[in-house]
Design a protein around this ligand. Structure first.
Ligand SMILES: *Cc1c(COP(=O)(O)O)cnc(C)c1O
Length: 373
């Protein structure tokens, strides 16, 4: 079976470096808020081109604590509207509703799966205060246009960069476009820890200080509490693992892109639409880091079964739209036809950076040999 994501083989490449880094942490006697975190934060801020990086416990907390900080700083209040793509992963929604803000679901662009500036502009009301720009599947949302729109209307922009470490437009990376950006380092993300971890990047000094305090019991100074905070910290062990893996992120991204290019060129089945044109090149893919390679077909179930029978593991991102989840029963009657169609048709192909050429060819052949039911 060609696995969807072969994390074991990915991490085995760095086995000795990870063990050495873990040993240093064990021997240091210091496990929370130490030098590994400090160094990872500077290295990741520099990687993204942001002034600050604040390590937190996971990607959901990165988004939740940023919105909460804007509330503490008086920039957002209960009930303010936050524009978010209707087809996003549930975590984007949870960060908004946890803060008693109002998500305004907007249908994405049909081809990029990301917010489009035109539909976003139409959704802006007098109560709109922020945009949660999700870089879904690893492709940067159209940030130049979204930032111009936000400037025009005085909106805050939070990037959800959980799937897009290193994606860029004109050399400017995810994490440096919005007023803040949330990252996840869940093991399966492009930059993955060996456990849960996340971070916020921002150029805003005041926001950085507030997030840091909120994630540490609301304390900006030992035993002095400014806010009713939470415990959301990136520990030394995960920071040490991430420092090892950050050194290889660009190489792995390059490998993901090469697999994506091979798929786009090789998969010619007419019933299967590809996320990028067949004649794409490495330079035309600057804005996409292929966290996922998502194809679309009206015959998803049959294709998934065929691929499984041929030894290719696939996954669905995501099978149920957020507005159709039981958790958001109040939205269940709403209709987002484009989003619903996407969630009925998308199928993600294997994209491990360690895939061999032989495995890539086998996935292509398996797709092309699909017989429509
Ligand atoms: C993974 C993910 C998150 C949440 O990250 P966790 O570290 O799992 O909490 C948020 N948004 C998107 C788009 C994600 O893919």
């Amino acid at each position: 079976m060609i696995p969807f994501l072969d994390l074991k083989t990915i991490n085995a490449q760095y086995r000795q470096n990870l063990i050495d880094a873990a040993t240093r942490v064990i021997d240091s006697g210091w496990y929370i808020q130490g030098t590994q975190l400090k160094d990872f934060e500077s290295e990741f801020a520099a990687y993204c081109g942001a002034k600050h990086c604040i390590g937190v416990a996971n990607g959901l907390d990165a988004l939740t604590l940023t919105l909460r900080s804007w509330k503490e700083l008086g920039k957002l209040k209960d009930g303010d509207e936050v524009i978010v793509p209707a087809n996003t992963y549930i975590a984007s929604m949870l960060a908004i509703t946890e803060n008693r803000l109002k998500p305004v679901l907007v249908e994405p662009d049909e081809h990029t799966y990301n917010l489009c500036p035109t539909k976003t502009a139409t959704a802006i009301t007098a109560n709109t205060k922020a945009v949660l720009a999700v870089h879904l599947y690893g492709q940067l949302a159209p940030m130049p246009a979204l930032m111009a729109l936000a400037d025009e209307h005085g909106l805050l922009v939070l990037e959800d960069s959980a799937q897009a470490h290193g994606a860029a437009i004109n050399g400017k990376k995810a994490g440096s476009w919005g007023h803040a950006s949330g990252f996840s380092f869940y093991p399966g993300k492009n930059l993955g820890a060996l456990g849960d971890a996340g971070a916020v990047t921002t150029d805003d000094d005041e926001l950085a200080t507030t997030i840091r305090a909120l994630g540490n019991y609301g304390s900006h100074k030992k035993y002095e509490n400014l806010y009713q905070g939470v415990n959301s910290r990136l520990d030394e062990m995960q920071a040490a693992m991430l420092r090892v893996k950050l050194q290889h992120l660009d190489t792995e991204t390059q490998q993901r892109k090469e697999i994506a290019l091979a798929y786009a060129k090789g998969i010619t089945h007419p019933a299967l639409s590809q996320p990028i044109p067949a004649n794409s090149t490495l330079t035309s893919l600057e804005n996409h880091v292929f966290h996922l390679y998502v194809t679309r077909t009206a015959e998803r179930e049959a294709l998934q079964t065929h691929l499984a029978n041929t030894g290719v593991q696939t996954l669905i991102h995501y099978p149920i739209s957020p507005h159709q989840q039981q958790a958001y029963a109040q939205w269940n009657e709403q209709s987002y036809p484009l989003t619903e169609a996407m969630h009925q048709q998308v199928l993600s192909l294997p994209i491990s950076p360690v895939m061999t050429d032989h495995q890539v060819d086998a996935v292509i052949a398996a797709c092309n040999s699909f017989e429509m039911p």
